[in-house]
Design a binder for this molecule. Structure first.
Ligand code: PGA
Length: 254
């Protein structure tokens, strides 16, 4: 069964762009993307730039996402931010389980599941990241690793919730390395993920869920990647920092 899914391009700015740069980058994006109306566009700045970003996108089709969210509503969790706090700012999306959180900050699939549940409860649209390391790929564990991440990390979701969640397949070896997965390598894992959703829920849910590819996406490779049947967009890191480059990736999805 085939179904037309609206493409979604998200920029993960990581720990870049303070308030002044956030304002100017979004001003440029608004101008360059004014004519694009068939692709969802999301920018994910650091927490301290979120309020300025929401203000800067007002009246445009660009959405703003955070890069993380805590599972509790408030309390003694130094350094964390709750879903309600993001909602209060009118942030609409949030990245959950990025591989840098997993690698550097000890994020587990259980924690991903808890963060995801809080995001969905609050009405945020999560972008949940999964993906294998190079060692895991070399050991032939890509399928088992990604399957475990999807089963455990997304355990909290109902079918209706699943349909609105965005999954980002980001092979860790492709992130920030300049070495993107080939379209065929990415498609293989995207199809696996969609099939996991199909097996757990149903065909309709699997047909709706959008799966982004991430890992060294550039204007030069984005169209080829998105030409694959199960690749519905991109989560872009380094190439999202420059609004001209990011716009070209969005345009390639249009
Ligand atoms: P990259 O990062 O595009 O710089 O490889 C992608 C990501 O980490 O989301």
């Amino acid at each position: 069964m085939s179904m037309k899914r609206r493409r979604i391009i998200a920029g993960n700015w990581k720990m870049n762009h303070g308030v002044a740069t956030t304002r100017s980058v979004i001003a440029t994006l608004r101008a360059t993307l004014a004519a694009v109306n068939d692709v969802d566009v999301v920018v994910c700045p650091v927490f301290t730039s979120l309020a300025v970003a929401v203000d800067a996108v007002r009246g445009s089709a660009i959405a703003v996402g955070a890069q993380n969210v805590h599972w509790e509503r408030n309390g003694a969790y130094t350094g964390e931010i709750s879903a309600d706090m993001l909602k209060e700012l009118s942030v609409t999306h949030v990245i959950v389980g990025h591989s840098e959180r997993r690698q550097y900050f000890g994020e587990t699939d259980d924690a991903v599941n808890k963060r995801l549940a809080a995001a969905v409860q609050a009405g945020l649209i999560p972008i949940v990241c999964v993906g294998e390391t190079l060692a895991q790929r070399m050991a032939g564990q890509t399928e088992s690793v990604v399957t475990h991440q999807v089963h455990t990390g997304l355990a909290c979701l109902s079918a209706a919730q699943m349909a609105n969640v965005i999954i980002a397949y980001e092979p860790v070896w492709a992130i920030g390395t300049g070495v993107n997965a080939t379209p065929a390598q990415a498609q293989e894992v995207h199809a696996l993920i969609r099939n996991l959703v199909r097996l757990r829920f149903d065909e309709a849910t699997a047909a709706k869920v959008r799966i982004q590819y991430g890992g060294s996406v550039k204007p030069e490779n984005s169209a080829m990647l998105m030409s694959q049947p199960d690749i519905d967009g991109a989560l872009v890191g380094g190439a999202s920092l420059d609004p001209g480059v990011f716009s070209r990736i969005v345009q390639s999805a249009s």
